[in-house]
Every structure is written in structure tokens, then in C-alpha cells.
Design a protein around this ligand. Structure first.
Ligand code: FAD
Ligand code: SF4
Ligand code: SF4
Length: 471
């Protein structure tokens, strides 16, 4: 039997229908589709796909378990390395990671590793068999660490992963989270139609089942300090507070009514449930015409959310070209299918208002010049090419930096000029016993990179505690 050259397609909601709801866009594989796709895996001995995964999921082994019809076993295999597989199967940039190194991708399309990871995870969640193997976890426990206390600050993917792995070693773990709910960007940033919050709830629940305690509404650096956490008997701390402070363009008119940071806009809709207004009391009024500035995943999510809130014309305004857009190609494709218009090689220079509200956004046309430090051709303004875009709302999605609340109020914690915490290869900060990872170290990056950093930090915390003099 010859192998299918292309990935088994995934069925999804029709674009005309889905812009009227917040339900997840792709439906996921059924049993037959998953088996067909897993059959494409060649079981390569040198498993290059695993090298592409920051948390080293045993990919060929879980594919084999699907082929053998044992989806429960496939889940146990994935969970040995990945505490959030249902999330990663949906939002990982697989095309640049595991799938990029898949041997099938040399001549054909790579195996759909992410889609199969999602299938395995959903299958086990739906059937209640989504437990990490208690036998495997028991084997991981280290007697010298049993019951010793470690604190994790932040419950995003970095913090959740660190907490799960620390608990597996037998440590007593407490997560301190500033918001009233868990998940970080998974909850307040990535919209329901890409990552249903019921999935985040289930992933968090399975981490709690490992014995992790979660304390909400505690802003470390304000209501509790790092020193006070140590005073409470915690022997080590992992900081995973992300990068939640939005950057702005610094152009005239950014303080007008109707200008949002993507962070505020998405938090209102996702965390504060503005999409259910008036049932939930958080209004977001977008009007008919919305411009989103930026072209990453955050920009695509904002644009697609604005469409679902009823905006007729939604534009992505980006100063570079299409092949320089940082968003996943799947997200750009979905956005265009939903009628989002790309205004590429355009740089906003001012937002003009009438009676305190937005009326127009002034843009300058750009062309591509020589390559810059990032290796991409630099956008150069075309003189006197200014033009006006009629808009009611502008959403700025050009990146985030870490919030300085924790770093400014913690002694001896070295930071970069842009606010990121400085760590060494082992994720250790300048303060003894304090480790950090995720967006707070790298700046805005990806879920799986944050998880990888959380895992690395746990190995370092384990060694630190085992070697501690008063152990
Ligand atoms: P976060 O997820 O930001 O979590 C940090 C947590 O710490 C938060 O819960 C925060 O409330 C808490 N916190 C902050 N300060 C304090 C404090 N002082 N005390 C206590 N708690 C605190 N990545 C992908 O891989 N694929 C995607 O498709 C994708 N889409 C994205 C879409 C959007 C809209 C956004 C914003 C990001 C997206 N990303 C995506 C990036 C990805 O979500 C982040 O890289 C990842 O969430 C970083 O994880 P983290 O744990 O470091 O931080
Ligand atoms: Fe690929 Fe992400 Fe899964 Fe790793 S976690 S195997 S990179 S989809
Ligand atoms: Fe299977 Fe691709 Fe990994 Fe080979 S590289 S084992 S084909 S997923």
C-alpha cells in the first residue's frame, strides 16, 4: 500500500458560519482519520521529529500506539514529556518545530504530528482516561525531595509545566497567580475559537491532581514579595510571569477613545467574557471598521475576534511584506478566509479623531530595502505616500514586554534593559534559589518554548535542592 502524500485533511467550520460564533474552528480528527494519518509515520530510528520538539515528546512511539489501536497508551507516552498536550496540539507552531524535521516532509507533506497529539489528548479527556500513569509518576519521586516546598509565580504554560514536573519529583508545589483564573495567555489571550477554555480547565485540573496547590489573586511584588515567599519556608522559586505589558507605537492619537492594546482587547473578550455582553458586564464596542496594527498571532487573534464582535471591515496593517508576517500561516489563512483584509507595506503614523473618538488612521506606504539585523529586508517609507484609512477602532498588536512589578520589587534580580529577567543556561537568575523561564526571559515567544524553559528550570531546581548544604 502506498502512503498518502498529503496530510489527512481536518474538517473545519465554514468561514461564513464561524464568524458568527466563538466555537472552535477545526473539528479535530475522528478515529478513522487519526489512524490514516498515523499510518503515514515511517517510525524513523533516528527520530528527527523529536529533535524539533522543545519538550521532546516521544513522537514515533505515540504514533505506533495509535496504529496499535491503543490511544490510552499513546496519551501516557505523550504525558511523560508534555503536561499540556491538548493545548500544544492546537497552538504549537508545529510547521517550524517537530513537523519541520519530519522525514515525510522532504518529498511530501510531513506527518500531522500536532493534529494527532490533539486527537490523542481529546480522546482521553472525553473518555476520562486522561491520567498520567500513576506507576510512572511513582517511579519519578525522589525520596530526598519529598514534601519540601517550592513556589511557582505565574500559571501560564511555563509555570504550569514547572509545577507539574516539580510535583512529579515529590515536591510540595504552590503556584501564586495574579489573576482570578489560571492559564496566563492560554486563558486571557488566545481566543475560544482557537483554544476552548474547557480544554485549559481540564489541563489545569490534571496538574492539580498531581498535588499542585494554586493560590489566585496574589500579585507577587505587590501583595507578597519574593523574600516573604522564602520566609514562608519555600526553598526555591520559579518565576514564569510572562510578558504582559503591551508596547505602543508612540504616534499622535494613541490616547483617543477606541484605541486598545491587543492585550486589553483580548483580555476583555476572553477573560472578562465581553463576547457574552450584556450577560457579562464587560462592554467592547468595535464599530464597523477596525484596524489591527501588527501581523503576529496576537494580531490575527484580535482581527478575527473583532470580526466576531460584528465589525464589517477588519484590516491588518503591517509595515512589512506577506512573507515577513510572523503569524502562523494557518492563522493567516483562517483570517483571510474570514474576510480580514491585509494592508501590507503600510506604517501607521497618526490616529486622527473627532469629538475624542477615532475617525481615521493615517498610514505611510513602505517599500522593501536592504536586509536588516534580523535578516529580513528592511521596510523603507515612500516619501509623501500618506493616505487615510477610515476606522472606528484601532488595536495595537506590536508586542509585549514583561511587567516590571515583580522585578522592580525584588532585590538582586538582574534584568535586561527591556525588562526581561537574565538567566544562565540552567534558567538560574542572579539570585540563589530563584529560577525563571518563558516570556519573562525571552520576550513574547511560544507556548512550547515557555514549557521547555519550565522543564529545564525544574531539572536545575532538583539539582539545587539535592546539593543544598542544609539538606
Ligand atoms: P504567560 O502565558 O503570560 O503567563 C504568565 C502568568 O503569570 C499569567 O497568568 C500572569 O497573570 C501571571 N503573572 C504576571 N505577573 C505576575 C505577578 N507579579 N504575580 C503573580 N502572577 C503574575 N504561542 C504559540 O505557541 N502559539 C500560538 O498560537 C500563540 N498565540 C498567541 C496569541 C496571543 C493573543 C498571545 C498574547 C500569545 C500567543 N502565543 C502563542 C504566545 C504564548 O501564549 C506565550 O509565549 C506563552 O503563553 C508564554 O508563557 P508564560 O508562561 O511565559 O507566560
Ligand atoms: Fe510538536 Fe509541539 Fe507536540 Fe512537541 S509539543 S510534538 S513541537 S506539537
Ligand atoms: Fe514519523 Fe516523521 Fe518522526 Fe519519521 S520523522 S518518525 S515519519 S513523525
Amino acid at each position: 500500500m502506498s502512503l498518502q502524500k498529503k496530510k489527512t485533511p481536518m474538517r473545519e467550520q465554514d468561514p461564513k458560519e464561524r464568524i458568527k460564533n466563538y466555537k472552535e474552528v477545526p473539528f479535530g480528527y475522528n478515529d478513522q482519520e487519526a489512524l490514516m494519518e498515523a499510518e503515514r509515520c515511517l517510525q524513523c530510528k533516528h527520530q528527527p521529529c523529536v529533535d524539533g520538539c522543545p519538550v521532546k515528546v516521544p513522537i514515533p512511539q505515540f504514533m505506533q500506539a495509535i496504529k496499535d489501536g491503543d490511544v490510552v497508551e499513546a496519551n501516557q507516552i505523550i504525558k511523560t514529556k508534555n503536561s499540556l498536550p491538548a493545548v500544544c496540539g492546537r497552538v504549537c507552531p508545529q510547521e517550524e518545530q517537530c513537523e519541520d524535521l519530519c522525514v515525510m516532509g522532504i518529498k511530501n507533506e510531513p506527518v500531522a504530528i500536532g493534529r494527532l497529539e490533539r486527537y490523542v489528548s481529546d480522546y482521553n479527556m472525553e473518555r476520562g482516561s486522561d491520567k498520567s500513569s500513576s506507576k510512572e509518576i511513582e517511579k519519578m519521586k525522589i525520596p530526598e525531595l519529598k514534601g519540601r516546598k517550592v513556589a511557582v509565580i505565574g500559571s501560564g504554560p511555563a509555570g504550569l509545566t514547572a509545577a507539574a514536573d516539580l510535583a512529579k519529583y515529590g515536591l510540595k508545589v504552590t503556584i501564586f497567580e495574579a489573576l482570578h483564573d489560571t492559564g496566563g495567555v492560554l486563558r486571557y489571550g488566545i481566543p475560544e475559537f482557537r483554544l476552548p477554555k474547557s480544554i485549559v480547565d481540564k489541563e489545569v485540573e490534571s496538574i492539580k491532581e498531581l498535588g499542585v496547590e494554586i493560590k489566585l489573586n496574589i500579585v507577587v511584588g505587590k501583595s507578597l514579595t519574593v523574600d516573604e515567599i522564602f520566609e514562608q519556608g519555600y526553598e526555591s522559586i520559579f518565576i514564569g510571569v510572562g510578558a504582559g505589558l503591551p508596547r505602543f507605537l508612540g504616534i499622535p492619537g494613541e490616547n483617543l477613545n477606541g484605541v486598545y492594546s491587543a492585550n486589553e482587547f483580548l483580555t476583555r473578550v476572553n477573560l472578562m467574557k465581553a463576547f457574552k455582553y450584556p450577560e457579562y458586564k464587560t462592554p467592547v464596542i468595535v464599530g464597523d471598521k477596525v484596524a489591527v496594527v501588527g501581523a503576529g498571532n496576537v494580531a490575527m487573534d484580535s482581527a478575527r475576534t473583532a470580526k466576531r464582535l460584528g465589525a464589517k471591515d477588519v484590516y491588518i496593517v503591517y509595515r512589512r511584506a506577506r512573507n515577513q508576517m510572523p503569524a502562523r500561516s494557518e492563522e493567516i489563512h483562517h483570517a483571510e478566509e474570514e474576510g480580514i483584509e491585509l494592508k501590507l507595506l503600510n506604517n501607521p503614523v497618526a490616529i486622527h479623531g473627532k469629538d475624542g473618538c477615532i475617525d481615521k488612521m493615517e498610514c505611510l506606504k513602505m517599500e522593501l530595502g536592504e536586509k536588516d539585523d534580523s535578516g529580513r529586508r528592511r521596510p523603507i517609507p515612500i516619501e509623501d505616500s500618506n493616505w487615510m484609512l477610515d476606522v472606528d477602532t484601532v488595536i495595537i498588536a506590536i508586542g509585549q514586554n514583561p511587567n516590571p512589578l515583580l522585578t522592580k520589587n525584588t532585590k538582586d534580580l538582574d534584568t535586561e534593559s527591556w525588562g526581561g529577567i537574565i538567566v544562565d543556561d540552567t534558567q538560574q537568575t542572579s539570585r540563589e534559589g530563584v529560577y525563571a523561564g518563558g516570556d519573562v526571559v525571552t520576550g513574547a515567544a511560544t507556548v512550547i518554548k515557555a514549557m521547555g524553559a519550565g522543564k529545564q528550570a525544574v531539572e536545575s531546581i532538583k539539582d539545587y535542592l539535592l546539593n543544598k548544604k542544609d539538606n
